[in-house]
Design a protein around this ligand. Structure first.
Ligand SMILES: [Zn+2]
Length: 94
């Protein structure tokens, strides 16, 4: 499973509306991918928070907007881990 696939499945995963096989794939992915683990953790926390405030679920529209924002942020995330490589190659043009 890729990061993009995981984000696409995030909503179903959190709602427990997922095949056991897919759940296993998600869990395997987040075991190796810190990025997705953070995204999943943050989203789950956010939804639990809404639960605690007395609302059973986030309204569908708001929820969709949340996941769309997550997806966009994820695709446009700054690749900070490449910084050192980028800087190293800058002064080293072939
Ligand atoms: Zn990932």
């Amino acid at each position: 499973m890729t990061c993009e696939e995981l984000i696409a499945y995030l909503s179903s995963y959190i709602d427990h509306e997922m095949d056991a096989a897919l759940v296993a794939e998600v869990q395997e992915h987040i075991a190796h991918c810190r990025n997705c683990r953070v995204v999943l953790d943050t989203t789950q926390r956010l939804i639990v928070l809404v639960h605690d405030e007395g609302q059973r679920t986030i309204p569908a529209g708001q929820r969709r907007a949340l996941f769309e924002r997550l997806h966009r942020a994820f695709l446009n995330r700054p690749q900070t881990w490449d910084d050192s490589n980028a800087q190293a190659s800058e002064g080293n043009t072939v």
